[in-house]
Design a protein around this ligand. Structure first.
Ligand code: SF4
Ligand code: SF4
Length: 420
């Protein structure tokens, strides 16, 4: 993709009528009270750059970088402004046309050389967990400063779980339904999620099987490109999307399921990354987040009581980017005995936001601390969220007293209580 091809599209910019209804919903505007840190302000920066009156300089880049990509503004906007495409295109323009300081280039290079590749990520997670256990609270208490290499490393260490998960669902395998068969689905395992959240994927297999679905977990799956797309690495994201579509399109399944909200929003929008690829569009049309799939199909298995107080955090890429709001709550409420709690300011981003908590650690920390405090007030046993990044971020700022789990893990636990 040439640099000329990547820039925010004018008709998307012009859809904004400057009404400002999005401002109260925007976390970075709420923190800064600075118009340039709001959706309207960022769109205006894009407009002035497109008009040739604002250079693509460090100031412009800082305001675009500080956006969480949480899409709270999209939900709040009465004019239907496609802010998601605008921010993705603005970031892609920056990556192709702006030379970042060396420390930022190094951090981003390291992130995209490691995180999308489970074989590289896994040993580092083990080593990071070991280091964390050795230095203990010194890592947990580390305060990130700036956005350089040291701050990114400190954030990465603090976010890692102390122990890597030991077993992973075997790829290249069909897990047969354990009840009357209702269909065949494919489970996408992703990159970071396959290393750090294999327990979520095993739980998804257990629940889907109990609900009557054969679950295919193809081997050789790669990263879906979501992390790269959200950070403006459009070329890398496009190559990853193309490879994944090539691998998965060979399989015969009714639906592709993801347990990661961040991945789901990109997987459903492959036409943005691969605009001329009909096979990618067909693939995207068959992708569903596990919450919406289970909700649409209806639960039939027997779920036994769990005596838990569960605080539900609506992940931005589930609620705002995909409009999946009621489905996770309905699934959690179907577990007898679970009390579902809603934190104050539930719709505000927790500060995870893809690689945001690595490259913008100071803002991410303010949001993470506030989110953890709003959950602590509830006295919950568990915080549930449908996105791996949110679970890591909230755990980091909540400490070890609060369990974190994907809703499907609680469903699986309830199922096990049936047979236990
Ligand atoms: S995506 Fe989130 S942080 Fe960015 S402008 Fe919209 S509301 Fe603000
Ligand atoms: S709510 Fe929509 S139209 Fe109004 S300022 Fe925000 S982005 Fe623009």
């Amino acid at each position: 993709m040439s640099a000329e091809a990547i820039r925010p599209q004018r008709h998307l910019i012009d859809a904004c009528v400057h009404c400002g209804f999005c401002l109260p919903a925007c976390p970075t505007y709420q923190l800064s009270a600075n118009e340039a840190e709001s959706p309207r302000g960022r769109i205006d920066l894009m407009r002035r750059h497109a008009d040739g009156v604002l250079p693509l300089d460090a100031d412009f880049v800082a305001h675009i970088d500080s956006c969480l990509g949480c899409m709270a503004c999209v939900r709040a906007c009465p004019s239907g402004v496609d802010y998601e495409s605008l921010i993705v295109e603005a970031r892609a323009m920056i990556q192709t046309s702006f030379v970042r300081p060396a420390s930022q280039r190094l951090v981003r290079k390291a992130i995209f050389a490691i995180m999308p590749y489970p074989r590289r990520m896994r040993p580092l997670v083990v080593l990071g967990g070991l280091a964390k256990r050795m230095v203990g609270s010194r890592v947990a208490d580390a305060k990130p400063a700036g956005s350089g290499v040291a701050a990114a490393l400190a954030s990465a260490l603090a976010l890692l779980p102390p122990r890597a998960q030991k077993s992973h669902p075997a790829g290249g395998r069909l897990y047969a339904s354990s009840g009357p068969k209702r269909g065949t689905v494919g489970l996408m395992t992703g990159c970071v999620a396959s290393v750090i959240f294999s327990s979520t994927q095993k739980a998804a297999i257990d629940v889907l099987r109990a609900e009557g679905f054969d679950v295919l977990v193809p081997g050789g799956q790669g990263c879906c490109g979501a992390l790269a797309e959200h950070a403006g690495e459009a070329g890398l994201a496009g190559r990853m999307a193309k490879a994944l579509v090539g691998t998965l399109s060979r399989e015969k399944v009714d639906t592709w399921i993801t347990t990661s909200a961040g991945c789901g929003s990109t997987l459903k929008s492959y036409s943005r990354l691969l605009p001329d690829d009909a096979r990618a569009a067909q693939f995207s049309a068959r992708v569903l987040d596990i919450h919406e799939f289970l909700y649409q199909q209806g639960l039939r298995a027997e779920y036994r009581p769990l005596d838990l107080r569960v605080a539900y955090h609506p992940a931005c890429h589930l609620a705002n980017a995909q409009g999946i709001v009621d489905e996770p709550l309905a699934l959690l409420r179907s577990i007898p005995g679970c009390e579902i709690l809603t934190p104050a300011q539930a719709g505000t981003c927790c500060g995870s936001a893809g690689i945001y908590n690595l490259v913008e650690p100071a803002t991410a920390e303010r949001l993470g601390v506030a989110k953890a405090a709003s959950i602590a007030e509830l006295g919950a046993d568990v915080v549930a969220a449908g996105n791996p990044g949110c679970l890591l971020q909230i755990s980091r700022y909540s400490g070890p007293g609060l369990e974190s789990a994907h809703p499907v893990e609680l469903l699986a636990r309830s199922l096990r209580a049936v047979s236990g």
